[in-house]
Write a protein that binds this ligand. Structure first.
Ligand code: URA
Length: 209
C-alpha cells in the first residue's frame, strides 16, 4: 500500500487558511497556491535518490551527495492542477510537465478525459500527479489509469485539500500510489464540494465563475 501523508507544516497550514477564505481574491489565491506547492515539493522529494560525488572544497577533496538525477515529471490535471506546477518547478526545475485534461460532468459528477500529452519516456519517470482538490477521487483515479495505460508506473499524488471519500477511493483503485495532501477535510457535500474546503479551485485560480 502506498503511503498517505498530511503535510501539515505550520507554514502550509497558515497559507491554506488564507486560500480557504472566500474573501481572498484571484491574485493572492494564485500566489499562495504557488507557495504551498513549493513547500509541498520540498516534502514530497524527501526520498529522492542520492549518489556519491567527489567535491573539492577550499580545504580538501571529499566525497559528498548529489541527486542521482532520477527523471521526474509533474502531471497537472487540467485545469486546476496548473496552479500547482510553477511552485513545484521552483524546487525541481528540470522536471518535464505532462498534461491531462479532465472535466467533471456537472450532472453525473463523473470525470471525462479530453486531452493527454506526456513526455515520451513517461515509463521511466517518477510522476507527480497534481490536482488541488481530491474530492470523490474520480479525476485522480482516471488520470492515473490513463497514465498507466501509457506505461507510467511510479506515482505520487499531491493535492491541497482531500476528502476522506477521495482518499479511500484513490487508495482502493491505485494502492501503489503515495498520496500527499496539505489538509484532510471533513466530508463532501451533495454537490461534490469538499467541506469546509475552499470552493472551486479552478474558478478561484483563474477568476472564472
Ligand atoms: N473540486 C473543487 O474545485 N472543489 C471541491 O470542493 C471539489 C472538487
Amino acid at each position: 500500500m502506498g503511503t498517505f501523508q498530511v503535510l501539515d507544516h505550520p507554514l502550509i497550514q497558515h497559507k491554506l487558511t488564507i486560500i480557504r477564505n472566500r474573501d481572498t481574491g484571484t491574485k493572492v489565491f494564485r500566489e499562495v497556491v504557488n507557495e504551498i506547492s513549493t513547500l509541498m515539493a520540498y516534502e514530497v522529494s524527501r526520498d529522492m535518490p542520492l549518489e556519491d560525488v567527489e567535491v573539492t572544497t577550499p580545504i580538501v577533496k571529499t566525497v559528498k551527495k548529489q541527486l542521482a538525477g532520477k527523471k521526474v515529471a509533474i502531471v497537472p490535471i487540467l485545469r486546476a492542477g496548473l496552479g500547482m506546477v510553477d511552485g513545484f518547478l521552483n524546487l525541481i526545475p528540470a522536471a518535464k510537465v505532462g498534461h491531462i485534461g479532465m472535466y467533471r460532468d456537472e450532472e453525473t459528477l463523473q470525470p471525462v478525459e479530453y486531452f493527454v500529452k506526456m513526455p515520451a519516456d513517461i515509463d521511466q519517470r517518477q510522476i507527480f500527479v497534481v490536482d488541488p482538490m481530491l474530492a470523490t477521487g474520480g479525476s485522480a483515479i482516471m488520470a492515473i489509469d490513463a497514465l498507466k495505460q501509457r506505461g507510467a508506473n511510479n506515482f505520487k499524488f499531491m493535492c491541497l485539500v482531500a476528502a476522506p471519500e477521495g482518499v479511500k477511493a484513490l487508495q482502493e483503485a491505485h494502492p501503489d500510489v503515495d498520496i500527499y495532501t496539505a489538509a484532510l477535510d471533513d466530508s463532501l457535500n451533495e454537490d461534490g464540494y469538499i467541506v469546509p474546503g475552499l470552493g472551486d479551485a479552478g474558478d478561484r485560480l483563474f477568476g472564472t465563475k
